[in-house]
Design a protein around this ligand. Sequence first.
Ligand code: ATP
Ligand code: MG
Length: 231
Amino acid sequence: MLIEMRGIEKVYKLGSERVNALRGIDLDVSEGEYVALTGPSGSGKSTLMHLIGCLDSPTAGRYLLAGSDVSSMSDAALARVRNRQIGFVFQTFNLLPRATALHNVEIPLIYGGFGTRERRRRATAALERVGLADRMKHQPNQMSGGQRQRVAVARALVTDPSILLADEPTGNLDTATGNSILELFAQLHASGQTIVLVTHEADVAAHARRHIVLRDGKIESDDANKKESAG
Ligand SMILES: Nc1ncnc2c1ncn2[C@@H]1O[C@H](COP(=O)(O)OP(=O)(O)OP(=O)(O)O)[C@@H](O)[C@H]1O
Ligand SMILES: [Mg+2]
């Protein structure tokens, strides 16, 4: 099992106020799955995504990622796990504005300790994989929104992560451009990439093979469970 969560809770403390963002999540995701997380605003989608991606630790519960317990790791250890296992794509692309596409994609490899030549080779291959072989030298402001998001996908993939995590990856794109990013995800899934995608939109979620709905910090429904209980 790639992702194995048991009894995951997340409480945010804001002064004297406590927000129970996740209230007991049990979740298993196998290698190669394509999962869409949906649910109303505030239901805990981004919080769950941050935990899956080791950007944050749960308040309670156990999380095994590829067999190792990441629920109580130090921040430094979590950063290493993130760099090796997780690729992130965000709604707002989060690219360095002054850097070329190639340099943006190389950044995770700098943290990963790769040499210049190997970085260049891998970043070039990642940009080719997302269809941007002819835009390597462009800066983000010299590219369309869809191209920027492709650069972000290339950056997410360049370390060959176990999981690609995407939070509203089509949220800033028009429908046609968003669909082209979803087609790219479908290709990546077909080539074996595990993907977890967060979205508000039912038609975006329909692209995934498994659909999980969160409500008030709990899993309200999960296709995988439905199939089990039906079969
Ligand atoms: N850093 C934080 N500090 C305090 N409360 C937070 C923090 N992040 C999220 N929350 C709260 O936790 C709950 C879940 O938030 P989360 O961002 O996970 O929801 P979401 O499902 O991603 O919503 P949206 O669809 O609007 O992006 C909300 O009530 C939110 O206000
Ligand atoms: Mg969110």
